[in-house]
Design a protein around this ligand. Structure first.
Ligand code: ATP
Length: 295
């Protein structure tokens, strides 16, 4: 077998809207979310091997390289589904902060599924890859498809949504990380486990949809929502400080992504975003300037 290799980007996501609609009998929360692909990305290089080993390498210490890595699990899953016998090496150059609410692991898994499928001559359709991906994590189907999407169910059932216009987005992830189960426990405490008797009513998304349809960046920034913000930011003062800092730098809007602690801000101009990046750097933070990516 000649060596075959392909490199793809595994893009991070932010949530423009994230709300709960209830809790299923199996304990999973059901969500309403609008996700957006952004240009902050990991580089994922997938290489076929003559032996049968499937493993990852990573430029960041502490990222698992065995089947604890979501990208390795993705390759194992595709091998089982398609029935190939060769091995796979997945070299990940990480830029997306980990356990940050930016779906970094899901992005690597999605990139691996797409790249490996291409290397094998596309045995699976995108829908089939999404079905496989949803078994790895709720965000993986979105990371495969990308762009601007509304998702419900566990966040894995995707629907078309108006595209986000180009704009400057700054993301910062600092301070103590957030484990997603911890964040959900905080939410459950705050909202009576989302039992029907608590009467939680999910927020409307009509204003955000209209803002996206009109390509109105200011209105998008003003209509974003994340149910995790109050319970998580009250326990993560650094993230809360960054959110305030973004607003004091003139951001049109700033919000936590996913279950945090990363915070993103939308700016009217590239120059405003660059000024905010400098101010955050002067405080010792490590912000990323990026843009929406269309699918
Ligand atoms: P989400 O937004 O989907 O909840 P996240 O951005 O909060 O995800 P990840 O960056 O995906 O979180 O990482 C969560 C954990 O998953 C890490 O602590 C890490 O041990 C594990 N992990 C497995 N595979 C990867 C990977 N390829 N990249 C990063 N973390 C990974």
């Amino acid at each position: 077998m000649s060596i075959k290799s392909i490199s793809v980007c595994g893009y991070a996501k932010i949530n423009l809207h994230l709300d709960m609609t209830g809790r299923r009998d199996d304990g999973y929360h059901t969500v309403n979310t609008v996700m957006q692909t952004v240009s902050l990305c990991d580089d994922v290089t997938v290489t076929l091997r003559e032996d049968e080993r499937i493993f990852a390498t990573c430029n960041i210490q502490g990222v698992p390289t065995d089947e604890k890595n979501l990208a390795v699990r993705a390759a194992l899953m595709l091998r089982e589904a398609v029935g190939f016998s060769f091995g796979v090496q997945i070299d990940i150059f990480k830029r997306i902060p980990m356990a940050a609410g930016l779906a970094g692991g899901s992005a690597d898994a999605a990139a691996t599924l797409v790249a490996l499928n291409v290397l094998m001559g596309n045995p699976c359709s995108i829908d089939q890859l999404c079905e496989l991906g949803s078994r790895l994590g709720a965000d993986v189907p979105f990371c495969i498809v990308g762009g601007t999407r509304f998702a419900d169910g566990k966040g894995d059932i995707l629907h078309d949504f108006p595209n986000m216009p180009d704009c400057a987005i700054v993301i910062a992830c600092e301070g103590e990380g957030v484990s997603t189960p911890w964040a959900y426990r905080r939410l459950d405490e705050a909202y009576g486990n989302f039992e029907a008797s608590f009467g939680y009513v999910p927020k409307e998304m009509a204003a955000l949809k209209e803002a996206l349809q009109k390509q109105d960046v200011l209105k998008i920034a003003n209509t974003m929502y994340n149910i995790f913000e109050i319970p998580v930011l009250s326990e993560r003062p650094v993230a809360a400080e960054i959110r305030s800092l973004f607003l004091s730098c003139g951001a049109l809007g700033a919000m936590m992504s996913g279950s945090g602690p990363s915070v993103f801000a939308i700016f009217a101009t590239e120059a405003d975003a660059e000024t905010a990046v400098e101010r955050l750097k002067n405080r010792g933070y490590c912000p990323y300037l990026c843009h929406p990516v269309e699918c």
